[in-house]
Design a protein around this ligand. Structure first.
Ligand code: M6R
Length: 608
């Protein structure tokens, strides 16, 4: 959700803020704004994409040392508009916020009594005016006023603040929403994540809950409970190219093409002598040997990766697994205890519901393992164990390479679990590991080489408004992901259905020409899928079948076939998901949609 940037240095502060916001725009893109001090507080805001703000700013620039803050918004309280865009403030200060102030209505009422008036519909304005109260009415120092404000705020927030009479310092604090302090040469930053800073620095401090940063051009001081603390200087492993589009038309297609490399980068360091090796990781694998159940909890695409993992853990390791969306898990009073292992999957590591599910699992005494892409993110830090996926930054809102590395890593973990529990002999374990590390990335590459074929299929469905994905077993789990991807970026309504369940109601929606994508990725269920395909064909469906390399498709009457490369059946989900991602991508392009920034969405869902 929302992105925060702050800059202090001698470069043009306005252009640095816009540059940072461009890198953060994936976090929210319905309005944006900046504030900087130049003899007086300058605030410029614009609804819509960042280009609108850039146009409004024209050639505004600063010379000399200046501080500024910027924000790109994903609306929660109040529609996207110039007025609701951040920063919010008073003549004394301006503030940008990521998160939700849950008690904003009560604060607003209290501040109204004190004579404050409100212009926007946002929760943020209450925080800005409360801070103003402590600063200008009670005449507290900036640090004291911020601490007092923080003590009154309920919810989650990261704040960036600029005071008009202290214009050579940026203030920032974090409680529940991510924020880092970037450390440059003769310049410093605050940012929601490191991707915004990679052009200038990879060094940063990670703010912990409740910490307040005072950021000057040459100096940074971080306070906890009013006392300065020593922080560990961290260095990001990502480079600037990884977070830029390069020559690709969209981040999404760039990221799909990165899948083979990302899978290898995630798996290869975890294999020794042809077998899984998790030594040196923040994971004690003995827990895998003794747990009685796994609970996989995540949101969206990450949850779909969990479904694939369920199939693998159950079939290879005979370990019972439940998979639940985090927003349900957290309120369903889950029956878990210290004998279970709770696995949280998250690309960003900041998803609010997944983080809350993790905290609940810990409260209930269950050991927790995070599968996370962003190093040092909240979920990674709070889980008992963590395994990082080495996908590099994922910028497109539609998650693609993250799913591939999550499922690949979980497959390796399932093999390790099966070996530890004596459910798999070493020879079979080795064969699976080789297939996963060597054959699967090649199979994904083989699909990428056939992009034109999938582009043509996308053209055939681009005009439809309803579509079905059907499958059985892993094919059904893939259907769920294929459907989400298509809906998210092409705005075509689609449903994922267990193929055998269609005739219990949903088949009534199949009419002449309805496209149906049939995921036939489980060889032993192929005959059953063929029957289900015939059922929809008999009602006029236009069927695209995704089948195994040697499947016999003669006489089924499907309209198009995508034949997957030869690969052991347990791992076919990897090339198959690439087919579905490309299908969604090219459909979105054909429909002229905004592929990387689909309407109403944001990349990192840090609110409930
Ligand atoms: O960062 P996370 O993996 O926790 O994000 C979870 C979902 O919000 C995310 O996968 C979402 O469903 C994607 N936009 C799907 O493409």
């Amino acid at each position: 959700m929302c992105g925060i940037i702050g800059y202090i240095g001698s470069d043009n502060t306005v252009s640095r803020l816009i540059e940072g916001l461009r890198a953060l725009e994936y976090r929210g893109y319905d309005s944006a704004g900046v504030a900087w001090y130049d003899g007086g507080m300058r605030v410029v805001k614009a609804s819509g994409k960042l280009d609108n703000l850039a146009a409004k700013l024209g050639d505004a620039q600063t010379t000399g040392i200046h501080a500024g803050i910027g924000h790109t918004r994903w609306a929660t309280h109040g529609a996207p508009s110039d007025t609701n865009a951040h920063p919010h403030g008073t003549p004394a200060l301006q503030l940008v916020h990521n998160g939700i102030i849950e008690n904003y209505a009560a604060l607003r009422a209290e501040l109204t009594e004190l004579g404050y008036t409100f212009q926007s519909d946002t929760d943020t304005e209450a925080a800005a005016k409360l801070l103003d109260y402590y600063y200008t009415v009670e005449k507290r120092s900036p640090l004291d006023a911020i601490s007092r404000t923080a003590a009154r705020l309920e919810g989650s927030y990261a704040l960036g603040i600029l005071f008009a009479d202290d214009p050579l310092r940026l203030y920032a604090l974090r409680s529940g929403s991510p924020l880092i302090v970037g450390l440059g040469e003769g310049e410093n930053f605050i940012a929601s994540d490191i991707t915004a800073l990679l052009r200038h620095t990879r060094d940063y401090y990670q703010l912990e809950e409740g910490e307040i940063a005072v950021v000057e051009q040459e100096n940074v001081c971080i306070y906890r409970d009013g006392v300065p603390v020593e922080k560990e200087r961290k260095t990001a492993l990502w480079d600037v190219q990884a977070a830029e589009r390069g020559g690709w038309p969209h981040f999404m297609i760039k990221e799909i093409h990165e899948e083979p490399t990302a899978i290898k980068a995630t798996l290869h360091p975890r294999v020794k002598g042809g077998l899984p090796d998790f030594s040196g990781e923040r994971l004690d694998t003995s827990v895998l040997a003794k747990v009685s159940r796994l609970h996989i909890v995540a949101c969206g695409t990450a949850m779909h990766a969990g479904l694939i993992a369920r199939g693998l853990f159950e079939s290879l390791a005979a370990l019972p697994v439940t998979v639940e969306v985090a927003s349900e898990f957290r309120y369903n009073n889950p029956l878990i205890d210290e004998n279970d292992l709770v696995i949280i999957i998250s690309q960003s590591g900041e998803t609010a519901d997944s983080l809350a599910a993790l905290r609940l699992a810990k409260e209930k005494g269950a050991p927790t393992l995070a599968i996370v892409n962003v190093i040092g993110s909240s979920i990674a830090r709070e889980a008992d164990s963590v395994l990082y996926t080495w996908a590099g930054p994922e910028i497109a809102v539609a998650s693609t390479k993250a799913y591939s590395v999550q499922t690949a890593l979980l497959a390796l973990l399932a093999v390790e679990t099966a070996l530890l529990r004596g459910r798999l002999d070493e020879a079979r374990g080795r064969a699976l590991v080789t297939a996963l590390c060597e054959d699967a990335p090649l199979a994904v590459e083989a699909i990428l080489d056939r992009e034109e074929e999938i582009k043509a299929l996308a053209a055939s469905i681009a005009g439809c408004e309803d579509l079905f994905f059907i499958g059985r077993g892993a094919g059904y789990y893939l259907a769920a992901e294929g459907s989400l991807k298509l809906k998210e970026i092409s705005y075509i309504h689609s449903e994922a259905y267990a193929a055998g369940e269609l005739k219990h109601g949903t088949i009534s929606l199949i009419v002449d020409g309805t496209p149906v994508v049939a995921l036939c990725t489980v060889p032993e269920l192929y005959g059953k899928m063929v029957s289900n395909i015939r059922e929809v064909k008999a009602r006029g469906a236009n069927v695209i079948a995704v089948v195994c390399a040697d499947a016999d498709t003669n006489g089924i009457g499907v309209d198009s076939v995508v034949r997957l490369p030869q690969l052991c059946e347990e791992l076919l989900f990897l090339p198959a998901v690439t087919v579905l991602q490309l299908l969604a991508y090219y459909t979105s392009v054909a429909r002229g949609c905004d592929v990387d920034q689909p309407r109403n969405l944001a990349k990192s869902v840090t609110v409930e």
